[in-house]
Design a protein around this ligand. Structure first.
Ligand code: ADP
Length: 504
């Protein structure tokens, strides 16, 4: 029997109507659960009665982070529609591909993205284009204001799709991972259980909402427990530290990618920031260098390293705070409602300590990609999702992510996992940021190349980097060349986009 999906906002609006649901920092809007619920209801009516959105229809949104996103997400839940947050960093043809694939009935676009949105809506023949402007007078606000009555709450189950989140498509066309109500629910339960989310928690939401991390960690977890979300329009490391230090906001939770924390830790404000109110700060989405985790531990913040993917609706494994130091470098054990295996190329389980592909199964895993039977066929075996990540597990069940197989390269017949080399490079004080990739080589097939951003004022040389690597790594892992850059390319989430680094 299918499990019914509840409407979390409607619940809290009844149970604790005056509790603060959301603060939108950019527009300074604040909504209690009762107020948010009323806006969700108006939005649901506007979408259904005003734009003809029915059950299963997609509602796209192209805008900077704001409270409007979560409102639209929960309005979609109320009417059984599917929320489609779009990556505003993408170029028009990339967005046209996604919008063409998902075929939304409505595209809601921030005022600053209306030019692009007009082009996309025209090519993709999207019936309704609606401008929103962070609460200022706009078609969106007028649409909400015009509605009358109550939207009602659609009867849905955990198997119904709530959102479509497109992968970044670094190795091909992006795929829309379906996120069901069941996935979001089990992820919220896991977040609460492992990261101490309560009604009193205050989460700083700063990852982009079009990324699964921005949607779920800990934003949806907080809407499930009934705490408060504070939404940052975009991440800024100085603002981030100031917000964490603010006693009135009393932020207790946050989740980011390693570069968010790396950039913040390199600021002079880091030493002065008041981090004493933090309960849980999670990090994931990419490998965290040990040196970074240690820097935060010295400030009393045990970053909880979590591994996950769009397809796993974030958390698949997570390190607890009490083991954050002695298991540093690991991403912890499988969270509840999740089973994992490490397998060889034939899908057979590998013994403890051996590196193989991480497979995962459970109700937090996507039931499949939108319109992609071919990818669904290749990505699952008996319900086990193939993650494409190389990982190993120790005898206590702690998982270490070695690297993505697609980032691994082979030098003279030996596998090199760039994340291991980057960890060693981060031991050097003068390195602000680094990324290692494999580049073609006549003799070895491929060799490593380190791209390095040096800290201001450091006198780091290629020789010093090479000799540090020679002292700490097997010869075949030592990068054969070092290139200095002013900055590395990042995607909108803040992850380094290695495929954009020159290979020649
Ligand atoms: P994208 O492909 O756009 O980066 P995802 O967020 O789905 O989208 O990326 C998931 C991938 O990020 C995982 O497959 C893994 O390679 C990497 N990853 C996620 N969390 C961690 C972590 N804690 N440590 C190392 N790698 C991680």
């Amino acid at each position: 029997m299918s499990v019914p999906a509840y409407d979390w906002i409607a619940h809290h609006a009844g149970y604790q109507p005056d509790a603060l649901a959301i603060i939108d920092l950019h527009s300074t809007r604040r909504f209690s659960y009762a107020q948010m619920n009323a806006r969700v209801d108006r939005c649901a009516l506007f979408l259904s009665a005003g734009c003809g959105v029915g059950r299963g229809d997609r509602v796209a949104m192209l805008a900077h982070n704001s409270s409007d996103h979560y409102e639209v997400e929960f309005a979609c839940r109320r009417i059984g529609a599917i929320f489609l947050p779009l990556n505003w960093r993408l170029a028009i043809p990339e967005l046209e591909f996604i919008v063409g694939d998902a075929d939304p009935r409505v595209l809601i676009a921030g005022a600053e993205f209306m030019d692009q949105a007009r082009v996309i809506a025209r090519t993709c023949e999207t019936s309704h284009l609606v401008e929103c402007d962070d609460g200022a007078d706009s078609a969106y606000e007028q649409g909400l204001a015009r509605t009358n009555g109550r939207a009602g709450i659609a009867e849905l189950t955990h198997d119904d799709t709530w959102a479509l989140v497109y992968t970044s498509g670094t190795t091909g066309r992006p795929k829309g991972a379906r996120v069901t109500h069941g996935q979001a629910f089990f992820n919220a339960v896991n977040s609460a259980m492992k990261c101490e989310l309560t009604t009193h928690s205050v989460n700083l939401a700063f990852l982009p909402i079009f990324h699964i991390g921005g949607l779920q960690l800990f934003a949806n977890g907080i809407f499930h427990t009934g705490g408060t979300n504070i939404v940052m329009r975009t991440f800024d490391p100085v603002d981030f530290l100031n917000l964490l230090s603010d006693p009135e906001l009393a932020i207790s939770h946050g989740f980011g990618v390693p570069t968010n924390f790396l950039f913040a830790s390199q600021l002079p404000e880091f030493a002065r920031a008041d981090l004493s109110r933090l309960v849980t700060i999670g990090v994931g989405g990419a490998a965290s260098p040990r040196a970074l985790l240690e820097t935060y531990a010295e400030r009393g913040v045990m970053l909880q390293n979590g591994w996950g993917m769009t397809e796993t609706c974030t958390l698949g494994t997570l390190l607890t705070k009490d083991r954050a130091l002695d298991k540093i470098g690991s991403t912890g054990k499988a969270v509840m409602h999740t089973s994992i295996r490490i397998v060889d190329g034939n899908g057979a389980d590998l013994p403890t300590g051996q590196t193989g592909e991480l497979w995962i199964k459970g109700p937090t895993i996507t039931p499949g990609y939108w319109n992609r039977p071919d990818a669904n066929e290749q990505s699952f075996t008996d319900g086990w999702f193939h993650t494409g990540d190389a990982a190993c597990m120790d005898d206590e069940g702690f998982v270490s992510i070695v690297d993505r197989y697609k980032d691994m390269f082979i030098s003279g017949g030996e596998n090199v996992y760039p994340a291991e080399v980057e960890n060693v490079l981060y031991q050097l004080d003068g390195i602000a940021e680094t990324a290692v990739i494999g580049v073609p080589d006549d003799r070895w097939g491929e060799v490593g190349r380190a791209y390095v951003v040096a800290k201001a004022g450091s006198n780091l040389t290629e020789d010093a980097i090479t000799s540090h690597c020679q002292d700490n790594l097997a010869r075949f892992k030592v990068p054969k060349s070092v290139r200095f850059m002013d900055e590395l390319p990042h995607n909108a989430t803040g992850k380094v986009t290695k495929h954009l680094l020159p290979r020649d």
